[in-house]
Design a protein around this ligand. Sequence first.
Ligand SMILES: [Zn+2]
Length: 269
Amino acid sequence: MDRNRGPLASGSPGPRTPPARRADRGSSVKASPADQIRLLEVQADDARLDALANRRRTLPALAEISRLTREITDLDSRIGSAQTDVSDLTRSQTKASNETGVVRARLDRNNVRLSAGTGSAKDLQATSSENVSLHRRIAVLEEAELEVMEQVEVAESTLAELRTTRDGSAVALADAEQQRDAAFADLDDDLGRVRPHREQAAAQLPEQLATRYERIRASAGGVGAAQLADGRCTGCRLQLNVSELATIRNADPDEVLECDECGRILVRA
Ligand SMILES: [Zn+2]
């Protein structure tokens, strides 16, 4: 067969099928021209169904949902840590405050005794000098308490910020889920229209033709049947040469042809 062809169509797919491939093809299939045209309808519906399935898989909302779900999981874990920080620091603050209270109570008792003037001069002197160190101790404890109070404030504000961010992410997630559900509903509507049409057309195909089509479609990127239009195969977009076109013209209308280049069923329309 003459393999010298005219210029290739732009965007023509990869390398040409090696000639040996012809030997792999099954026995010839017969189908009326009407059935062959019907096969093109089935092919068109299959292309629509494949496109719908692809849109369902690659919906932008799905990527957004998984991103936001990961983000919320991460925020939940950080909120958990921040809550622990707040409660640990609050406990430290209470402890510091209690310690100051104990020292302050002792100072108060000492002051009552000093005011009453009860006890020996030596005792009063000792109490008085103890008060000096109690004052010093209270100053140290109060400073520590102030420091831990500031830490509590920082931890509380971190926790509040994380909760605000999480609330925002939860709203965005609900929004993305709504978009996904709306898109799924639209796709289901389209499926509901295309699928019955496809099934009805496919049910009328001769079994041999349907089987051949499915086999080729499975190995040829979802396109099992193509049309011969303007001397070109719409499957591989390659131009057929004059002698191939003559062979096709002379072929029995019931003979199911296959493209020499891509191996797809070639329907004369
Ligand atoms: Zn082709």
